[in-house]
Design a protein around this ligand. Structure first.
Ligand code: CA
Length: 222
């Protein structure tokens, strides 16, 4: 028995999926078509998608934000978990990538729940703040360019209600974040290291860094 998180070898990871994954057919198909994409590693894992869906239901989310859509798997997972009047504000800059997912949003019957805005996410989030939308959202998922994570986090924190939840992906960054902070690292790693340390001491939120996928930090707004 270990008191630490288990390392999942291929056999045990397969077991996790076999024993717990409930994946809508549209999600499974979208994951299959994204598997051959040159940036397939940008897609969240299916058990992460299922966790996001569970979290959305747990907090009774109705209005959610996604920063970084890629081919639309997480937006679809969240949209499927939302009530009929729920909405995902989906922020991305790539028409090419996001259009891969749109047929699957349609197939799952949730396309009208996903408002895709193709422009820099900070522009979209700042516009929502300027429109008086602060504290009007319940949930946010941040999974985009790492050097802007802190800026996304600050915007999302203002847009969320108290008790709202922010999920931040890639916070373990393939283990790179464990390198000494003062060692020479690339900008992405440095940004994630700085954000992780900031979150640890951020009194505005309750947090948990989950070693699921590439690391997923949950931050609940106080
Ligand atoms: Ca990611």
């Amino acid at each position: 028995m270990s008191r630490r998180t288990l390392n999942l070898d291929d056999r045990l990871y397969k077991y996790v999926l076999d024993a717990s994954l409930r994946e809508h057919s549209a999600l499974a198909e979208l994951r299959a078509v994204t598997r051959d994409h040159q940036h397939a590693g940008m897609q969240i894992s299916p058990e992460q998608g299922q966790l996001l869906a569970l979290l959305v239901k747990l907090i009774g989310a109705r209005r959610t934000i996604e920063v970084g859509v890629f081919t639309g798997y997480s937006a679809l997972a969240v949209a499927l978990a939302l009530p009929a009047d729920g909405r995902v504000l989906a922020c991305d800059v790539s028409n090419e990538y996001t259009q891969v997912g749109r047929p699957y949003w349609q197939r799952a019957g949730v396309a009208d729940k996903i408002d895709l805005v193709l422009q820099p996410a900070l522009t979209t989030l700042d516009a929502k703040l300027a429109d008086g939308e602060a504290e009007r959202y319940d949930f946010a998922f941040i999974d985009a360019d790492k050097t802007s994570y802190d800026a996304y986090y600050e915007r999302c924190l203002r847009l969320l209600r108290g008790g709202g939840l922010i999920a931040i992906d890639n916070t373990l960054w393939g283990g790179e974040v464990a390198k000494p902070v003062d060692s020479l690292t690339d900008a992405d790693t440095s940004a994630l290291q700085a954000l992780n340390l900031k979150l640890r001491d951020d009194e505005r939120v309750d947090i948990s860094l989950l070693p699921i996928g590439d690391g997923l930090t949950l931050a609940r707004k106080r």
